[in-house]
Design a protein around this ligand. Sequence first.
Ligand SMILES: [Zn+2]
Length: 395
Amino acid sequence: MDSVTRVEPAQTPCPVCGGTDAQHFFRLDDVPTVCNRHWTSPEEAVAVRRAAIDLALCADCSHVYNASFDETLAEYTEGYGNPLHGSTIFRDYAEQTARHLLEGFGLRGKTILELGCGDGYFLRRLCELGDNRGIGFDRSLPQATNDGVVSLRAEDFVPGALDEGVDFVVCRHVVEHASDPTRFVDVARRALAQQPGSGFYFEVPNGSSLFETRSGWDILYEHVSYFSAASLSRLCVGAGLDVRQVRPSFAGQYLSIEGYRDGTRPPLAIEPVRVAAQSDSCRDFATDFEALMNSWRDKLRDWKKAGEVTVLWGAGTKGVMFLNHLGAGSEIDRVVDISPGKHGLYVPGTGHRICSPKDLTRARPQRVIVMNEQYEREIREQLADLGVDTTVCVV
Ligand SMILES: [Zn+2]
């Protein structure tokens, strides 16, 4: 591909603790720098900007980060986004999380700020369920909106953007994108009112689980950080937040952390930094993931040779990175997604066409590859409803 932009890796200190004793353990070259934006033609999709991901493990705090990340290459302009709430499983999870926060933090009649709110779905649920008022910031929004309950602004949150401190800050799947997560969390903390009970909830992908389960499809350029419970706690405690709980969520795929602006009680005992355990799973990751990719390349080639039609379900992060990491071409006939906004568009990097589940009634694939076991049941039900008789393979 001619239009690729290459970026040489630059050694950078750990963005969580500032430590300089980091070991590189995994590298991917020519990865699309924006994975959650889909394109209107296959040519544009294939010609996306690319750069290397160079993962390093911090020996001091067990944090994993892309040491060659260049924030000027990851653009979150309009058209960027990965809304997941078309799935009932994801909606149920969002609902549970909202109720947990409303109860745990007594959020009723409060002002809630969400940083990186996407289309505002989750914020709106927090407001509807608890009679709260919501303010969301997201620069990928096409325009600002305000319905009197939820106000969405099409910009990044900056200190001073609001006249007064809010009661609660929510931030889901954004901190891992920040080139300076320490500054990001500090800005979030300062948005909170200086009053007892001002609280926060952050959710990020679970980096420890990614490396333990060899789920390399979750490695993408937009993510600077791959948090462990320890490094996420360290980040928040370091910013002065009173961390009350850090736990895996969504079947272990995410990490959730919550607490208060100011500590009024003794700090929570946080799991000791398990640098050794993280180091073990990272050490073997490169070899194991390479073997896993090769086995998938072999399978796809064999199915194609046998004249079988294989379809991938899910044009989200995992699906897009599966295709890119494997360098998949016509072995995958097309990509299916339930989100109507993606239909007729093309996957960044590989140029696969994205279509609706209904298309499968014509395509009649022998195989449907499912990227996330969390959605397997839901996908099987949809295939059955469509009358598509096929073999489902979960990656
Ligand atoms: Zn560190």
